[in-house]
Design a protein around this ligand. Structure first.
Ligand SMILES: *[C@@H]1O[C@H](CO)[C@@H](O)[C@H](O)[C@H]1NC(C)=O
Ligand SMILES: *[C@@H]1O[C@H](CO)[C@@H](O)[C@H](O)[C@H]1NC(C)=O
Ligand SMILES: *[C@@H]1O[C@H](CO)[C@@H](O)[C@H](O)[C@H]1NC(C)=O
Ligand SMILES: *[C@@H]1O[C@H](CO)[C@@H](O)[C@H](O)[C@H]1NC(C)=O
Ligand SMILES: *[C@@H]1O[C@H](CO)[C@@H](O)[C@H](O)[C@H]1NC(C)=O
Ligand SMILES: *[C@@H]1O[C@H](CO)[C@@H](O)[C@H](O)[C@H]1NC(C)=O
Ligand SMILES: [Zn+2]
Length: 679
């Protein structure tokens, strides 16, 4: 193992110079972060082990400290390090292979990665404590040339030939070069010959086009290194992608490079091909043919993906021929209608999505005390020295970076996909309150205004319980400053919003509006088409509300409620989730654009004119919409509303610190048993 000293001392000392009082509580926390809660839910069954097994992470986005208020995802990277060490030991004992894969996106999310400059200065060295066999970069590594260069010089060098960017370049000293290696041909501990690639989707809207390049699959196929890679002896192809596994490939010049690469390899050989996708922020499994399939393993350190393959054959295999022991075996197949198939060894495989908590990890490594004591205790044997050190480093870094500063107590969950628009507990309703409260220019505080924002501003839920500065980073990771157009007539605003994706309605009370009735975007029934379909969706969901109440009979005959979480239906069935949950409403999303109002003389009516404030991210969209209605506004009319240092990131921080209860001792989280079904 190359990685023994985890957080470079220099990194911690540099941080300590910034703030050292916060370390007054200088105790070692040998387990998950001390604010994190334990889950009481146990996995449904042991993992199936095959001859070749994989642990897969994806889209960690800096969440290496875990999710303090969500017991299902309470573990931190140190707990994961211990888990991996035990699983490696187990693979050794069983004489099978275990490979570690990550599909990219290391930053833009958690405070641990985003509160330092450069992003990842601390979190990357924590991430590196897992000795991944293959890692690739995400689209969030190429949004700026500086970040791509940072990854090229730091993360990529640490992982060496395990860091693959088959189609991603960065400009270094004016010359485009691969951020990592193009491919990796290697032999596993048990002798299997693997050829691996790492590809990333192109995001031309947000990528730094001047300093990075993301090539198509077609481009790869014409490179000499690709021919060289395909010339290697291989028993298995491992394709790691920061790309969804389900989006198919019709045109390799522009479509999903991960699936295009699979299709291309399949044209040349019938060897097994295993895909590890990302970017989807979902759990999923897709079958392409009986010997190729792909997994997606969640996001934000909420999931560890597991893939077990049993029939990869190799003349060089030195591991177990027949698996001994009473572990479950992979016994599923991707073959369609294989009843008629007289093959003597069908290609058997299985997958599992493990919840990111210590109980799940310890359950699968045999370190869970199985005596029925209510909350299942994790045995001390679970924590390895390196795992403890990583947890402790995270704990110190969180304090030094001021991520554990208590802002206020969330009395309920605020989420973007489990509450309906307009309902209490919908996070956008909270954000609207916060925008009207905090985005106020001193000199114009009494001038009526609307403050426009968009749904992508919010990236995570706020969970009931203590709300910390670190959580605030996670909820609003992108800083945007506020600009405005002063004193816009209501009629212009109304016409403008009819050219923007929104569900909010505007009615103006000035004369011209009364006489002209220019309701171009409104249907006869008085609803915009979007609103209409949204209401339909709602009623469908209401009809099926029983689906959200998964229950199972307890020993004593009572019904136990599962906590909400992933309920995955994938190509192999409904048994992929390692821990059973009740479903959350996944499709209930807010409108694209929405706005708050403030200082309206009558809150229920739009005044004849008002300031229109918006995040700089929206400025171009708003000017475009104004141009479409022929209103005479140019970018000269768009000026800063607040100093640029005040951003969308400060809004919830200020609002919660001012308006939420400050008693951390009286601020309970929701336990699984009191999480009712979402309504
Ligand atoms: C979680 O469980 C551990 C024992 O495994 C215990 O020491 C710790 O206090 C528990 N944490 C909370 C917040 O209850
Ligand atoms: C590499 O990481 C160090 C430590 O975070 C940082 O100071 C340096 O700027 C990084 N290199 C590049 C090229 O960004
Ligand atoms: C999961 O993958 C299947 C293809 O196997 C696809 O049809 C489906 O849309 C995917 N589901 C999600 C939630 O991405
Ligand atoms: C497949 O394996 C699972 C355990 O992973 C077991 O519960 C199930 O009965 C097996 N199914 C068949 C058809 O053998
Ligand atoms: C930590 O962050 C909070 C909220 O932004 C701020 O009020 C406080 O002063 C910060 N503390 C330190 C030590 O920087
Ligand atoms: C202004 O905001 C308040 C509080 O969110 C809301 O109740 C009201 O409907 C809004 N008024 C308009 C005209 O949208
Ligand atoms: Zn992502």
């Amino acid at each position: 193992m190359r990685f023994l000293s985890v957080l470079p001392l220099a990194a911690l000392q540099a941080l300590a110079a910034v703030a050292d009082e916060s370390l007054s509580d200088n105790i070692i926390h040998p387990q998950q972060q001390k604010e994190a809660f334990n889950t009481s839910e146990i996995p449904r069954a042991p993992l199936p082990w095959g001859r070749v097994n994989f642990l897969h992470t994806s889209d960690t986005h800096g969440w290496l400290d875990g999710h303090a208020n969500v017991p299902s995802w309470g573990a931190d990277w140190g707990d994961f390090v211990s888990f991996v060490a035990h699983m490696k030991d187990k693979a050794l004992r069983m004489k099978v292979d275990l490979l570690l894969i990550d599909s990219g996106d290391f930053h833009d999310g958690g405070g641990l990665s985003d509160s330092t400059s450069p992003k990842g200065a601390v979190s990357d060295s924590i991430f590196e404590s897992i000795d991944y066999d293959v890692v690739t970069i995400g689209n969030h590594g190429v949004r700026t040339g500086a970040e791509a260069l940072n990854i090229h010089h730091n993360l990529s060098r640490v992982f060496g030939d395990q860091f693959l960017t088959s189609n991603v370049d960065v400009k270094a000293n004016g010359i485009l070069k691969s951020i990592g290696h193009r491919y990796r041909a290697f032999q596993t501990r048990k002798g299997l010959r693997i050829v691996a690639f790492g590809v990333t989707i192109n995001d031309p809207v947000l990528r730094d086009l001047a300093n990075t390049e993301v090539y198509s699959a077609e481009w790869m196929f014409h490179q000499s290194w690709f021919g060289e890679a395909m010339g290697q002896e291989a028993d298995l192809y491992v394709l790691v992608g920061h790309a969804p596994t389900y989006a198919s490939c019709l045109d390799p010049k522009k479509d999903n490079p991960l699936v295009c690469l699979r299709d291309r390899i399949r044209k040349e050989t019938d060897k097994p091909i295993q895909l590890f996708g990302g970017h989807a922020h979902h759990r999923n499994f897709t079958c392409y043919d009986d010997k190729s399939s792909g997994i997606e393993s969640g996001k934000y350190c909420d999931t560890v993906g597991w893939v077990a393959l049993n029939e990869v054959s190799s003349p060089a295999w030195s591991g177990a021929q027949t698996l001994l022991g009473d572990d479950a075996r992979p016994n599923k197949t991707c073959a369609r209608g294989n009843q008629g198939d007289i093959r003597d060894t069908p290609y058997l495989l299985d997958r599992r999505y493990v919840d990111w908590n210590r109980v799940s990890f310890a359950y699968h490594t045999g370190d869970l005390d199985s005596r029925d004591t209510g909350s299942p205790p994790v045995l001390a044997s679970f924590d390895t020295p390196l795992g403890r050190k990583v947890t402790d480093d995270i704990s110190k870094a969180r304090h030094l970076l001021n991520l554990t500063h208590f802002l206020g107590c969330a009395r309920e969950d605020y989420c973007f996909n489990c509450k309906k628009v307009g309902q209490d507990g919908n996070i956008y309703e909270l954000l609207k309150d916060a925008l009207s409260d905090t985005v106020a220019q001193k000199d114009r505080a009494t001038t009526p205004r609307v403050v426009i924002s968009n749904d992508g501003t919010i990236r995570d839920n706020i969970y009931q319980g203590p709300f910390m500065t670190g959580d605030a980073y996670a909820v609003v990771p992108f800083p945007n400053h506020f600009q405005y157009i002063a004193n816009m007539p209501c009629s212009d605003f109304k016409k403008m919003t009819s050219h923007l994706p929104t569900m909010q309605q505007v009615s103006c009370i000035d004369d011209s509006e009364r006489h002209h009735h220019d309701y171009s975007a409104i249907t006869k029934e008085g609803h915009s088409p979007d609103l209409q379909s949204h209401l339909d969706l709602r009623s469908v969901m209401d009809d099926h509300s029983d689906d959200h109440q998964a229950t199972f009979p307890q020993r004593n005959g009572q019904q136990k409620q599962y906590s909400p979480g992933y309920t995955t239906h994938d190509a192999l069935g409904n048994d992929g989730d390692d821990t059973i949950h009740s479903s959350i409403i996944e499709s209930e999303r807010y409108m694209k654009l929405f706005w708050a109002n403030a200082s309206f003389p009558t809150p229920s009516h739009y005044p004849p004119s008002f300031d229109v404030v918006f995040t700089n991210y929206l400025a171009k969209k708003i000017l475009d919409a104004l141009n479409k209605i022929g209103a005479p506004y140019t970018d000269k009319d768009v000026v800063d509303y607040l100093p640029r240092a005040y951003t969308s990131r400060d809004v919830l921080v200020d609002y919660t610190a001012r308006h939420w209860g400050q008693d951390i001792k009286n601020c309970p989280i929701k336990r699984p048993e009191d999480r009712g079904p979402p309504n």
